[in-house]
Design a protein. Structure first.
Length: 227
């Protein structure tokens, strides 16, 4: 039996697939894990100032430090989460923290009084094909994000509950910068397991509130048509 495998780009011809001695397909590791997602859809990411922002507690109504991603009804896409990074910038109190991903359904597409989202300061995410760097549109980059995200400004929602904590990202022990020199970095790979469908919002939160502990946070995703 012979399989003719077309090229992803649609160019003419077919690639010659290779199989191992046990009949399994062999895959080339030339490109990175999210290379094809970036080529086809664009991988987007958002991060605050490198000076950092406080991570909101899981019951918070102000979310901007959690890098919220809102997929409104009518977007036509789902946002597939890629990675979350949290690096501590500064701390004066030394509180133990656990970080998690919050998810809320039924947020619709409307902002205003009486809605689940009462304010959303949308910002433009960085395109993984570097079609947007330093807020200047470039050439050759991928498509524009169809979901809404924010890394600065005011984002307020009705209070969250513990049940909206859907995945733990990591944690860190109590540490004050003036007395300790530990390294605090969380690198969490979602591995394509979590998909944010229209009408859903996600953000990063902590189990306790600590406005004095600031983090340089990054949340990345790619968008693909709903099927």
């Amino acid at each position: 039996m012979k399989y003719e495998v077309p090229f992803l780009s649609g160019k003419n011809g077919y690639s010659d697939g290779k199989a191992g001695d046990e009949g399994q397909f062999l895959f080339d590791g030339l490109n990175g894990k999210y290379y094809q997602a970036n080529r086809r859809y664009s991988v987007f990411s958002q991060a605050p100032t490198p000076l950092g922002l406080a991570i909101p507690i899981y019951t918070a109504t102000a979310l901007v430090g959690g890098m919220p991603i809102w997929n409104p009804i009518g977007s036509g896409v789902k946002a597939v989460l890629v990675k979350a990074h949290l690096a501590k910038v500064s701390s004066t109190t030394g509180v133990s923290l656990v970080f998690g991903l919050m998810a809320r359904n039924g947020v619709g597409s409307v902002i205003g009084t009486g809605q689940q989202i009462t304010a959303f300061a949308e910002t433009t995410p960085i395109n993984g094909q570097l079609g947007l760097v330093n807020s200047i549109a470039g050439t050759g980059g991928g498509p524009t994000s169809k979901v809404k995200s924010s890394r600065a400004g005011t984002v307020t929602v009705t209070a969250a509950v513990a049940a909206e904590w859907v995945e733990t990202l990591g944690g860190m022990g109590a540490e004050v910068d003036a007395t300790a020199n530990g390294i605090s970095l969380i690198n969490h790979d979602f591995d394509g397991r979590l998909e944010v469908y229209p009408g859903t919002m996600v953000w990063v939160a902590a189990n306790v509130a600590d406005a004095d502990m600031l983090f340089a946070t990054n949340l990345s995703w790619y968008e693909c048509p709903i099927n």
